[in-house]
Write a protein that binds this ligand. Sequence first.
Ligand code: NAD
Length: 273
Amino acid sequence: MPPIAPRIAIVGVAGRMGRTLVAAVEQDSNATLAGGVVEPGSSLAGADIGELAGLGRRGVVAADSLEAIVDDFDVLIDFTTPRVSLANLAFCSAHGKRIVIGTTGLNDEQLAELDGYRDRVPMVFAPNMSVGVNLTLKLLETAARALGDEGYDIEVIEAHHRHKVDSPSGTALKMGEVVAESLGRTLKEHGVFTREGQCGPRSDTEIGFATVRAGDIVGEHTVMFATEGERIEITHKASSRMTFAKGAVRAARWVAGQQVGRYDMQDVLGLKG
Ligand code: NAD
């Protein structure tokens, strides 16, 4: 039987997403805030994670290792860096825990390493945990099937805050992949990630990406289908990190009741099949 209110620990609890996740778990009556982890050696170890999140004392202090809280949680939520998330995935696999990974920017080798755990641990891995974005992926599939081979040029445009370290965003890549797969294309062959100088006209089948990094933009994505005479734009705009955090907590509650396997938000939301 899955736990009724799974005990959730958050790694990277002092980060932008980590602090928002504390608030999201707190707001969810079907989840229990059980622990938080900061970077080893951080001066924030021992701080109350409610206070870190600006909520006031919650009586749960930040640890500086997962080992220190191994008996306290059922599901780990990890929004950190690729290297750290993979180490935590190995930890969860070794200790019979479940994990939700929101970290983006994993390279092909790291993705293959993550995939190697699909038979060992129940995990949800998704570059975007927002319910709206995952519904948008469904809409893109439909749009691509109807338009992509009918002379419509496809471009993905994304904007994020100035601190984001990977580009294009994991969500933009996912949107591109969904469109490409619907059309029997691949991003490896058809993705165009830079255009500069005399690069010539676009080809019919390329899927172009453009990136904006500025200010405090939480996350905006548009996929454009443009042809002579009309343009369709499917846009998602996130105005608060809470949308990702709530999705991650929903994923944590869901994965608490799952068998070993690699899942994404489409599984969590029942949007597959
Ligand atoms: P951030 O830099 O604010 O937070 C990352 C935190 O991880 C930092 O506080 C850092 O101290 C901590 N950390 C690093 N190494 C650690 C370790 N070994 N142990 C414990 N903590 C450690 O970054 P952010 O804006 O919160 O984003 C984090 C990741 O989440 C990025 O990859 C970002 O792209 C991704 N993200 C995903 C979604 C989604 O819906 N999937 C949404 C937003 C952000």
